[in-house]
Design a protein around this ligand. Structure first.
Ligand SMILES: C[S@@+](CC[C@H](N)C(=O)[O-])C[C@H]1O[C@@H](n2cnc3c(N)ncnc32)[C@H](O)[C@@H]1O
Ligand SMILES: O=C(O)C(=O)C[C@]1(C(=O)O)C=C[C@@H](O)C=C1
Length: 245
């Protein structure tokens, strides 16, 4: 987990109107605390990304972290590459995130080069890749662009390469959706968020974070060409998929 984060109090005061959630300077300042207290299993997923990087990185290839924020997944990938000639390409379209990510990445030494870019992940070429990570970011991409992006990732992966995709998901069955959503809110309460914070954050994410179901994700992965695809970790309504080319 990235250190030196301020406590997330962004939604602690009552706002007259809740604006759409944005990855701006105020979110950047509290982001490690926010994601840790909002996403059940976040730390376990980062550990798993490290384990999968160890297993699947291939010599002389590229590894991608798409929607890297402050580079938490990039750091764990970088620590776990055990083969020669790799480069990590880390992309985020928030300037504020990329600026802060630079500081974090330079704070630790590594021989693996990281190319940190402020860009839209739907426009970045994916080539000669062994590991592609999208950790809680596809959910913020226009749903119409998701199939094409996953197809391009499949095409840019070498045989034996992997896509690790973590997402907030929802459930077709309304009773199950209600039960699991309640468990997520309880997780937030247990982590110190108030009812006001939970409800204001929820409003701000409406129409910004557009989740898919497990079935939609698996169908998209299969349609892109991945014959092996499965959830490898799930905590409530947060799941991480592994797709192998
Ligand atoms: C929930 S955060 C990702 C967390 C991060 N991957 C981690 O493991 O800590 C989502 C990130 O996606 C970025 N993002 C959203 N849309 C994007 C796009 N089209 N291209 C690149 N980055 C994008 C946001 O700026 C934000 O930093
Ligand atoms: O669903 C929520 O309440 C969340 O806070 C989730 C989530 C995410 O999944 O990315 C949303 C925005 C922040 O980046 C951190 C966590």
């Amino acid at each position: 987990m990235l250190k030196n984060s301020q406590k997330d109090t962004i939604y602690a005061q009552a706002h007259e109107a809740i604006g759409a959630f944005q990855f701006d300077e105020s979110v950047v300042a509290v982001f490690p605390d926010m994601i840790q207290r909002s996403v059940p299993g976040y730390q376990t997923i980062l550990t798993g990304i490290g384990e999968l990087t160890k297993q699947y990185s291939q010599a002389n290839t590229k590894l991608y972290d798409l929607g890297c924020s402050l580079g938490a997944a990039t750091l764990t990938m970088r620590r776990n590459i055990q083969v020669e000639g790799c480069e990590i390409i880390s992309i985020d379209n928030s300037k504020a995130m990329i600026q802060r990510a630079e500081e974090y990445l330079h704070a630790y030494h590594s021989d693996v080069p990281v190319n940190l870019k402020c860009a839209d992940m739907t426009e970045v070429p994916i080539e000669n890749a062994s590991v592609v990570v999208i950790n809680f970011t596809l959910q913020f991409i226009d749903p119409e662009q998701r199939d094409e992006l996953v197809k391009r990732i499949y095409q840019g992966l070498k045989p034996g390469g992997v896509l690790i995709l973590s997402e907030k998901i929802h459930f077709e069955d309304q009773a199950i959706q209600t039960a699991i959503e309640n468990m997520h809110w309880q997780f937030k309460r247990a982590n110190g968020y108030s009812e006001l914070e939970i409800s204001q954050k929820r409003s701000s994410l409406e129409n910004v974070l557009i989740s898919d179901t497990e079935a939609q994700h698996l169908k998209r992965l299969n349609n892109a060409g991945f014959t092996s695809a499965s959830i490898w970790f799930q905590a409530y309504n947060f799941a991480s998929f592994l797709a192998i080319k």
